[in-house]
Design a protein around this ligand. Structure first.
Ligand SMILES: [Zn+2]
Length: 270
């Protein structure tokens, strides 16, 4: 059936067409995209171009963004959505602001006794409810490998979480998913991580202890691991991995395993 939306997208894509060699360069510079099929990388390219068309990427003074940098950022933003229905998952914000360095941001917290605490926190990224996504350049540059760190995916996971209100670790689940199963898998893993850190704040944990801050950070950090260290997440927190697999409709651990089994560059992990 003819659709105005598809027609418009095709026109935009025709106008935005990029050199195949540039897209190839983007793919090669982001190991977390290794092992995607040709059909997947083509869809990722189109959605990345549409993403850059729809969102304003603002580089603050001190930040130079080449087209390749913009495409790299867009490709990481679109990876989590690759197998989700083509809806406007990143609605409600129009701008991504890139800071040259980590930034200070005033924080406020009212404790149980009603006392308001304020402090300055060093941040590499933030996602405001109904507001822009802010990313610091060093973190953007460090993202893209299989090291369990991805600032872009982390902040955009907060945006997915915010689709149904405040960031609380519960994004809008698909019809076939069960909130109780999601909640119990996430809660058990979150409580487990907090118990380890309560017993020893310096404990070495398999996933970044920042995940223990609150349920929203738990979802953002585990989403980061899901795409950038899926082997760690699936072996350490299999129930969480399973819920994220249903939510993102991808299986990056299987993709990574296949690379390790078949790709010379992956033969020696680490
Ligand atoms: Zn966060």
């Amino acid at each position: 059936m003819w659709s105005f939306r598809d027609w418009r997208r095709k026109r935009i894509l025709a106008r935005l067409a990029i050199e195949p060699s540039l897209w190839q360069h983007v793919l090669e510079s982001l190991p977390i995209l290794d092992g995607l099929s040709d059909e997947e990388t083509e869809r990722l390219r189109d959605r990345s171009l549409l993403f850059l068309h729809a969102k304003r990427l603002t580089a603050l003074p001190g930040v130079e963004l080449e087209l390749a940098d913009r495409l790299r950022l867009a490709a990481q933003a679109q990876l989590p959505l690759l197998h989700l229905p083509d809806l406007d998952w990143y609605q409600g914000f129009h701008e991504i602001v890139i800071y040259p360095d980590d930034f200070h941001s005033p924080q406020k917290h009212r404790d149980a006794a009603g006392v308001e605490h304020e402090w300055d926190a060093e941040h590499s990224g933030e996602a405001w409810l109904q507001g822009p996504v802010i990313l610091a350049l060093p973190g953007v540059r460090e993202s893209g490998g299989w090291e369990g760190y991805n600032l872009v995916i982390h902040e955009l996971a907060h945006k997915l979480d915010m689709l149904n209100g405040d960031a609380n670790g519960l994004p809008p689940l698909h019809r076939e998913m069960r909130i109780e199963q999601w909640a119990s898998a996430m809660q058990r893993a979150y409580d487990g991580l907090n118990a380890v850190l309560d017993a020893d704040p310096d404990a070495h944990t398999a996933i970044d202890p920042y995940a223990a801050e609150n349920p929203a950070e738990f979802f953002a950090v585990t989403s980061e691991y899901f795409f950038s260290a899926p082997d760690v997440l699936s072996s350490e927190l299999p129930d969480v991995y399973d819920q994220l697999k249903h939510f993102y409709r991808q299986d990056p651990a299987a993709r990574l395993k296949h690379l390790q089994d078949s790709h010379p560059a992956y033969a020696e992990p680490g």
